[in-house]
Design a protein around this ligand. Structure first.
Ligand code: ARE
Ligand code: CA
Length: 459
């Protein structure tokens, strides 16, 4: 089977992490489709360890490949895929295939299991622990191993999770069988969890057994000097670009004027055409190296920048509101309850400025960055060819100035917040950009049209 099929013309992915299937379906038809998103990433759909709703991370411990999970059952999953397809979205599933559980004994689907023993699926000989010396006597991956050898990183256990022997025929077939089961339900691609911990040769073999042309993007966190690097995986799929969010945090707490050259030439970054970008994900929002919703306006502006900039396939992340970094999402009896925006759930993907920029992103595709301007360390502006123009003010006071927009003369709607912008015959606009605010305009979206009609990608 082919892999890494491009995500298509509408490529913005909403990452609805920890949302249950019924809520994802509702969001696809009610918000994501109309706003012009092209895909939705959903949480791991396989059965897993249950910690009864107390933590979010139990779902990263597969107990079986059947599809009763914390987020719903198989028929709810299948209905969600159909609804999202009908709304014009592709569905990408988080695929946890490097390992099985590291603890526990019962699952959301009501199964009993033990570490290295998953009745009807895997037994002891399917794990590195029993079949191969991973290189460490305790069989665990230690922090120092990342800068050491790929053998430790890929054959030892990530935080004690039973590591599958992915070089074995039976294991490859079982994993491919799981992915094919999802493809048969309509799934269009996969986020490959912990891909760094599986040999890329093994992954390539498994992907080759999957029907159709799923879009594959892999979690290979870049670390300077590490033995396993994202570039080792770009021949078999795309990669999640972790440097992207690290740099955005640094610049949005520093000098955003530095972003003029942001992209592949920056240390550790992959080619944009191989990268899925994000300002935050479920791991980074709980860490210190990236922005998160807790950063407020800077986080929102960084997301607007991501949708305007010409690099990678952008993801807009949305999980649940949290204070305890281990706590699970709102639930009933362990199973995730319907997402309510503003009440336990963050919903940046619905924000009017964000949806305006999803439309901008779709409209300017293929046009290079031009007309760069950075009058000070907190204010930047640029166009995408003659198709769209944006200015972002990360400062605490408004900024008034005149910019070259690259757009034809006209009166345009600000797609990030309403109001109008007049571009004169020489392509210039005199604007006042609000503190921690933005203005963006798109060729074709003039003020004679009601703003809602701007969402040209709705159908
Ligand atoms: C949980 C408990 C552990 C327990 C384990 C097994 O927290 O105490 O030992 O269960 O019983 C998530 C959580 C984990 C959780 C796990 C399973 O984050 O805490 O463990 O689920 O329930 C490395 C990997 C990268 C990985 C990160 C977390 O390379 O792939 O570590 N990220 C993914 C997911 C996580 C998920 C898993 C993988 C497992 O997105 O959410 O774990 O499925 C440097 C390196 C990175 C390294 C990083 C952290 O930056 O470059 O490669 O990331 O350090 O070590
Ligand atoms: Ca492994």
């Amino acid at each position: 089977a082919a892999q890494a099929a491009p995500p298509g013309d509408k490529d913005v992915i909403a990452n609805l992490w920890s949302w249950n299937w019924n809520s994802v379906a509702r969001e696809c038809s009610g918000h994501l489709g109309p706003a012009g998103y092209g895909g939705v990433q959903v949480s791991p759909p396989q059965d897993s360890l249950t910690r009864g709703g107390a933590v979010w991370w139990d779902v990263y411990q597969p107990a079986d490949y059947t599809l009763t999970s914390k987020f719903g059952n198989e028929s709810q999953f299948a209905a969600m895929v159909r609804t999202c397809h009908d709304a014009g979205l592709k569905v990408y599933a988080d695929a946890v295939i490097n390992h099985m559980t590291g603890q526990g004994s019962t699952s959301y689907g009501g199964r009993s299991f033990g570490k290295y023993n998953y009745p009807g699926l895997y037994s002891a000989n399917d794990f590195h622990y029993y079949s191969e010396d991973c290189g460490n006597s305790d069989n665990l991956i230690h922090d120092g191993d990342y800068g050491g050898s790929a053998r430790n990183v890929q054959n030892c256990e990530l935080v004690g999770l039973s590591d599958l022997e992915t070089e074995e025929e039976y294991v490859r077939g079982a994993i491919a069988g799981y992915l094919n089961r999802l493809v048969a339900l309509g799934v269009d691609g996969f986020r490959i969890d912990a891909a760094k911990h599986t040999n890329p040769g093994d992954l390539g073999n498994i992907y080759g057994r999957v029907s159709g042309s799923p879009y594959i993007y892999q979690e290979v966190i870049y670390g300077g000097g590490e033995a396993v690097q994202p570039g080792q995986y770009t021949g078999i799929g795309d990669v999640l670009e972790f440097q992207y969010g690290r740099y955005l945090r640094e610049k949005f707490y520093g000098n955003i004027a530095d972003l003029r050259t942001f992209g592949e030439t920056w240390g550790g970054m992959q080619p944009g055409g191989k990268s899925v970008t994000f300002v935050a994900n479920h791991d980074t929002e709980r860490g210190t190296t990236a922005l998160s919703y807790k950063d407020g306006a800077a986080y929102r502006l960084a997301n607007l920048f991501q949708l305007a900039w010409n690099y990678g396939t952008p993801q807009v992340y949305d999980g649940f509101t949290w204070s305890d970094r281990e706590a699970g999402p709102p639930h009933s009896g362990g199973f995730v309850t319907d997402a309510v925006c503003g009440s336990g759930w963050e919903c940046l993907h619905r924000d009017a400025a964000i949806t305006g920029m999803v439309g901008f992103h779709n409209a300017v595709k293929g046009s290079a960055v031009a007309n760069w301007s950075a009058p000070n360390a907190n204010v930047i502006a640029f166009s995408r060819g003659a198709k769209g123009w944006i200015t972002i003010n990360n400062g605490t006071g408004s900024y008034a100035g005149t910019f070259a927009t690259g757009l034809p003369a006209g009166t345009y709607t600000n797609v990030t917040g309403g109001g109008t912008v007049t571009v004169n015959a020489s392509g210039q606009a005199a604007v006042s950009v609000p503190a921690k605010g933005s203005i963006a305009i798109v060729a074709g979206a003039t003020s004679s049209q009601a703003p809602v009609t701007f969402n040209v990608n709705a159908s």
